[in-house]
Design a protein around this ligand. Structure first.
Ligand SMILES: [Zn+2]
Ligand SMILES: [Zn+2]
Length: 415
């Protein structure tokens, strides 16, 4: 369709602004803005038809003259960004359905192949104006700040890119879950059983680490992504368990991580601690969660009857380096599929007695069920300590003392 014909057909629908006119041929030519394209179409039509040049006279029937309000919207966006840390931004918009319908109708009536949607032009034009009037830099890929302009009700909503912190945590106190658990009775609504907290456990590692950080980053909440998790009743010692903490809606994006580490450790003394804090990124969360690290445990084992040290030593030697066949343990069978899997015991050694219990240190492949390695789970795990000793044995206390970390960092850079 030539430009004059396009112009004649489009203006039959009503008045149209230069932006909306130009968008219809947004892919034609380069180095032009859509309003320049729109003007060009008017000029071409006036010259071809040898008629007076016609400016837009009334209200644009597609956008309602939105583009006259770009300055106003840019001001609103800048106001909404005020007081929030960040260097880069992008604009998004919610366009009233009627506007979208109008333009889709014209695209289909005229059989246009690749017009530019109103939304894209709004986002770009408001974005250019915000960049010109502030120190922020436009970035469509990974912006710190996103402003969504809601055209119908005149509001601007800001989304803040989360921050990510990598570290390792230690857990000295038993009975603390890794992450916040909703109360089983009320599913988080708050009830008598949970004293209205909505929580099954009073604290979690996630909350204990997050609590001192919220005011520092003026953030809404934190989400802890752990490299696996230990049982609630196990402590986590040694070099700690790797985690990435996602800080949601931070209005401040900078902090001295050494100071943060000290604050977290001081506030949670005797309960949990963190080390090795550094900046991370969302892309590292997947790497962390899928990492198949070996784990080292220190366990206390209770054995029936009286077992000489030499018998235990030789039993342990038989298990060291063994591949263990484990059918899904009875204790988790109600929530996991029943299947048999094989995991290696990389190392197991007997290190002495503690009271009447035996202290063992076990390094296993990720996923090895330690309690069953000892008890045999009524023959579902084989070989087991119970099986090779020919005497029932069970774990009475289990502590994780080392988890292999992720390999070197690929990304950071948040400040
Ligand atoms: Zn328009
Ligand atoms: Zn409850």
């Amino acid at each position: 369709m030539d430009l004059t014909e396009l112009y004649q057909k489009v203006t039959e629908y009503g008045d149209i602004c230069d932006h909306c006119l130009g968008r219809l041929v947004a892919k034609r030519s380069f180095g032009l803005s859509n309003d320049m394209r729109g003007k060009g179409i008017r000029i071409a039509a006036a010259l071809t038809l040898n008629q007076p040049y016609q400016e837009q006279s009334g209200q644009c029937w597609i956008c309602g003259n939105f583009f006259e309000t770009v300055d106003h919207w840019a001001d609103k966006v800048i106001e909404a960004f005020t007081g929030i840390g960040g260097e880069t931004f992008v604009i998004g918009s919610k366009v009233p359905p009627l506007m979208s319908e109008s333009e889709e109708m014209i695209w289909s009536d005229l059989g246009l192949s690749d017009p530019e949607p109103l939304k894209s032009e709004i986002n770009r034009e408001v974005g250019k104006r915000v960049a010109a009037r502030s120190s922020l830099i436009g970035d469509t890929k990974n912006p710190d700040l996103t402003a969504v302009i809601h055209i119908s009700d005149g509001t601007v909503k800001v989304q803040i890119r989360p921050l990510f912190l990598y570290g390792r945590y230690l857990k000295y106190e038993r009975g603390i879950p890794q992450t916040h658990w909703a109360c089983r009775a009320c599913k988080g609504a708050g009830c008598e059983a949970c004293n209205g907290t909505g929580k099954q456990y009073h604290d979690s590692v996630e909350e204990l680490i997050g609590r001192p950080l919220l005011p520092v980053f003026k953030a809404e909440r934190v989400v802890l992504h752990g490299a696996g998790r230990e049982d609630i009743d196990a402590v986590m010692l040694g070099s700690g368990r790797p985690f990435i903490l996602e800080i949601v809606n931070p209005r401040i994006r900078e902090a001295d991580l050494k100071v943060l580490e000290d604050t977290i450790n001081a506030q949670n003394e005797g309960r949990i601690g963190v080390t090795d804090l550094r900046w991370s990124a969302r892309s590292e969360v997947e790497t962390l969660k899928s990492h198949k690290g070996h784990k080292k445990y220190r366990i206390l084992v209770d054995i029936d009857g009286s077992v000489p040290d030499t018998a235990l030593q030789s039993a342990v030697q038989k298990l060291s380096g063994a591949i263990i066949r484990q059918r899904t343990p009875t204790r988790v069978a109600h929530r996991r599929a029943d299947k048999v899997r094989e995991r290696g015991v990389l190392d197991i050694r007997y290190t002495g007695k503690e009271g009447k219990d035996f202290v063992l240190e076990v390094t296993g492949e990720a996923g090895l069920y330690i309690k069953e390695l000892i008890s045999g789970d009524q023959g579902r795990t084989t070989p087991s300590l119970t099986e090779v000793l020919k005497t029932p044995a069970r774990v009475v206390q289990l502590d994780v003392i080392h988890v292999e970390g992720t390999d070197q960092v690929k990304s950071h850079g948040t400040s």
